[in-house]
Design a protein. Structure first.
Length: 310
């Protein structure tokens, strides 16, 4: 394990780089979303990948990885925000320069398919990264105010404190736990298994979310994580939003609650569900690698410190 390092917070006038390390994006939507960052007092630089399309990817693997490396190396860029997820980050993990990233710590922000990069960068470079809403989320007409407020924390850093003021929380296994936050999209976490980037959950607070996966598919993925020891290794588990994860192909189905009980609650670790983190509105940002405390009794997730250097 490498020593954890934090990026510096942003100041008014800082430049934010926008990159598309996975699927291609609607360029006009990204431009519209950029206006929100500009209104916050930031400058925006759109990477070439925002304008590229290579099949279902935003450019070749070399182009996407090269742009991400270049943005970390560029001292004028103070933060890197992903335009969208989709698919493709696992293809570029071997092409990233992790020594370069560690030597140039800066805010790296995204979710969904970006989960693979969070795992790689946090575990190899030791950099705190942010699981949070991307440009395609900001570009929506009905974007939730709390989703937008996540970005304001980059200029005025605060400590994450999630209570039932944001959403109702339910206890699956009572208890309290303390540890660094890790996790993200369930499908992507499973895809790290057996790779050099396999997510390490030992003594950590593991959070999971997903979208458009049928219950039987979630059952399969959770079963795999269970057999891989990811739940038993964790200090605590946070079940976040599973948007539109309903039966389709198999109409007769177990419920999500039954599946979570079978594979997660059976590990006996403190478990809370109901967090609006992931493919949902609002989408609350989480600093990956920062130590937090969870309590099922208080219905609470609270980081012990900000995710950025102030």
């Amino acid at each position: 394990m490498v020593e954890l390092i934090k990026p510096r917070r942003l100041s008014p006038g800082d430049t934010v780089g926008i990159t598309a390390p996975a699927s291609w994006v609607d360029t006009e939507q990204v431009k519209a979303a950029s206006a929100i960052l500009v209104n916050m007092g930031l400058k925006v630089r759109l990477g070439d990948t925002v304008f590229m399309q290579h099949g279902y990817l935003a450019g070749t693997d070399e182009a996407r990885a090269g742009e991400l490396n270049a943005m970390f190396a560029d001292p004028a860029i103070k933060a890197i925000i992903c335009a969208r997820g989709g698919y493709g980050t696992g293809r570029i993990a071997d092409l990233l320069d992790y020594k370069l990233i560690r030597a140039n710590p800066k805010i790296f922000w995204g979710y969904s398919d970006i989960t693979f990069l969070h795992a790689a960068i946090s575990q190899i470079a030791g950099l705190v990264t942010f699981h949070g809403p991307m440009m395609i989320d900001l570009g929506k007409d009905d974007v939730h105010p709390l989703t937008v407020q996540n970005y304001e924390t980059l200029l005025r850093p605060s400590v994450l404190r999630y209570t039932e003021e944001i959403s109702p929380l339910q206890s699956l296994v009572d208890g309290e736990a303390l540890g660094p936050i890790v996790g993200g999209n369930l499908s992507l976490i499973v895809s790290t298994l057996g790779t050099p980037y396999e997510l390490d959950t030992r003594g950590k607070l593991l959070f999971i979310e997903d979208i458009d996966e049928e219950p039987y598919r979630l059952d399969r993925m959770l079963n795999q994580l269970k057999h891989a020891g990811k739940f038993s290794d964790a200090a605590g588990i946070l079940i976040c939003d599973f948007n539109n994860c309903v039966p389709n192909k198999r109409k007769v189905s177990l419920t999500l609650e039954e599946i979570f009980n079978d594979h997660i609650a059976s590990a006996g670790k403190p478990t809370l569900s109901g967090f609006k983190i992931g493919h949902c509105s609002p989408n609350i940002a989480v600093p990956i690698g920062v130590t937090a405390r969870m309590s099922t009794y208080e219905k609470l997730l609270a980081c012990t410190e900000p995710g950025v250097e102030t």
